[in-house]
Design a protein around this ligand. Structure first.
Ligand code: ADP
Ligand code: MG
Length: 501
């Protein structure tokens, strides 16, 4: 018997999503076909059959694509191992896609909501964001996945089930070290290898894409391997918050506390997400204290140092800074080149050293973008069947390179130029007109015009509130001097290259 109400039985949410996507369905399917083809090509038929063949396209949702698989086992594996590739391939096929959700289910319904029938019930406890936590448990690394759990709160929830999946590539062996990250790396290793608790907590912080999540996964892998009996719990601060809110909703906070306080190692990624969420912070503070009191290891990551975490209670900030605070600095050229060389080895296509050097110079933002660039040029080369050259690289990374160029700030330019001419940065804003400060200031204005996207009035404002005509004059003057004076020209050019690298 055909069930009459197929489609009508769906939740209003899934119906709405299906409708939103209807007009683009064909195009979306074509994009998906191309992504699949490329995946198969890259991974080989065997891997593809084992893990990826059953992936089904569910829908596009703004900048996210939702894919589904039939089993939790496959989903975890796909998320851990192929999330980055899927995201990169999708981004290449469908500009604007930044995330890929892999959810459980066969029908293409909005299954990730199925284990949350209460979503329509009592409102979120701490602001509207809570609704998203069902889906977005690890926004920063892009390994977004739903976490179907037993529907009656935490009862029966296992530690492994609660812990976010670990990316198999994020190991110590795969982590390249250099001056910017050696402290964080050494501290992470120490925590992973130590039989006792060397410092509590280990607090890792640094900008996006610099390897915080990588190091945390590496600690977890290492401990799981050496000491399988130790209970390691790794999750994002958002997921911690989601679990807590859920526990409140189900009046299940006792189970929550028991679970979180029973672990040997607790790792919370991106703790800045609980800034301003008072009751979650409270609970986190108590969990934290309970674990530290019992001499269990706590590892925290954040985008800022404990003191700089806005919206965080003072007592929590101070507590977070008690152990070892290790920052990961932005990458330098050597580290970027090292990372590129190591990642290039894993690619099917050889990449000339010149191209790696070029990328290390040009892509300075973070490691994630470096990886993205490598993947893009190798995919491009494979597709068109041509070898990789500097020209083809520049061509296929045009927008990425532009975005990286844009990232030089006026402040950096002022600092660099001031240092070069041995004057104080304050002179960039001062009213003094003596040649010794006026010329460097003009050069800094000129470089600001060349290297940033800022308008003339904008630039003027940054130089002590000067008029845009002053900036215009500076640009003209520097151009004239460059044409007339070879030494001057070389000087400016060197500054430009330093700022761009
Ligand atoms: P964060 O959590 O700090 O935002 P991630 O740990 O997610 O950054 O790192 C982003 C990507 O860059 C990951 O794929 C990671 O493996 C890679 N990565 C970062 N630092 C390094 C490094 N030092 N060596 C190798 N890979 C790195
Ligand atoms: Mg991260």
């Amino acid at each position: 018997m055909e069930p009459e109400d197929e489609g009508h039985g769906r939740s209003p949410i899934s119906r709405r999503m299906a409708e939103t996507n209807a007009p683009h369905a064909d195009e979306l399917q074509r994009q998906w076909a191309r992504v699949r083809a490329r995946l198969r090509e890259e991974c080989g038929a065997q891997t593809f059959r084992a893990w990826l063949r059953t992936l089904t396209l569910v829908r596009r949702d703004g900048d996210a694509v939702v894919l589904s698989v039939g089993t939790k086992f496959i989903r975890d594996r796909v998320s851990a191992q192929f999330a980055d590739r899927l995201r990169a391939l999708w981004a290449g096929e469908a500009p604007g896609v930044t995330t890929v959700h892999v959810v459980l289910g066969q029908s293409g319904d909005a299954v990730e909501l199925q284990d949350e029938p209460e979503a329509a019930g009592p409102g979120p406890v701490e602001g509207p964001e809570t609704e998203n936590f069902i889906l977005d448990t690890n926004l920063s690394s892009g390994h977004v996945m739903s976490t179907p759990t037993v529907s009656s709160g935490l009862a029966g929830e296992s530690l492994r089930g609660l812990s976010a999946p670990l990316d198999h590539r994020f190991t110590f062996d795969n982590f390249i070290t250099g001056t910017p990250n050696e402290l964080a790396f050494a501290a992470a290793r120490r925590v992973a290898e130590s039989e006792t608790v060397p410092f509590n907590p280990l607090f890792l912080y640094g900008g996006v894409g610099l390897g915080k999540t990588h190091l945390m996964h590496a600690i977890a892998w290492h401990i799981r391997e050496r000491h399988p009996q130790r209970r390691v719990l790794y999750l994002s601060a958002e997921k911690f918050m989601y679990q807590f809110i859920r526990a409140l909703r189900f009046k299940d906070t006792v189970a929550f506390k028991e679970l979180f306080r029973s672990v040997d190692v607790l790792m919370i990624d991106d703790v800045q997400f609980i800034s301003g969420k008072d009751s979650t912070q409270d609970e986190f503070f108590h969990t934290f204290n309970a674990l530290v009191d019992q001499n269990r290891q706590v590892v925290i990551s954040a985008d800022k140092s404990p003191n700089d975490l806005d919206g965080m209670e003072d007592r929590l900030k101070s507590r977070l800074g008690w152990g070892l605070v290790a920052d990961i600095h932005p990458t330098d050229y050597e580290l970027r080149l090292g990372i590129l060389q190591s990642k290039a080895e894993d690619l099917a296509v050889p990449i000339p050293p010149k191209v790696l050097e070029f990328l290390a110079h040009k892509i300075t933002s973070n490691v994630r973008e470096l990886e993205g660039a490598l993947i893009r040029i190798s995919a491009h080369a494979q597709l068109v069947g041509r070898e990789i050259t500097l020209e083809s690289t520049a061509e296929s990374l045009k927008d990425l390179l532009k975005a990286n160029d844009k990232r030089v700030t006026i402040e950096e330019i002022q600092k660099r130029v001031a240092a070069h001419f041995n004057i104080r940065v304050a002179e960039m804003h001062s009213a003094r007109r003596s040649r010794a400060v006026a010329r460097p200031r003009q050069i800094a204005m000129y470089l600001s015009k060349q290297l940033t996207q800022r308008s003339l009035p904008d630039i003027g404002r940054k130089f002590g509130g000067r008029d845009h005509t002053t900036v215009m004059h500076a640009v003209k003057k520097v151009d004239e001097l460059r044409a007339a004076d070879r030494h001057f020209d070389e000087d400016v050019d060197m500054l430009r290259r330093m700022l761009e690298s």
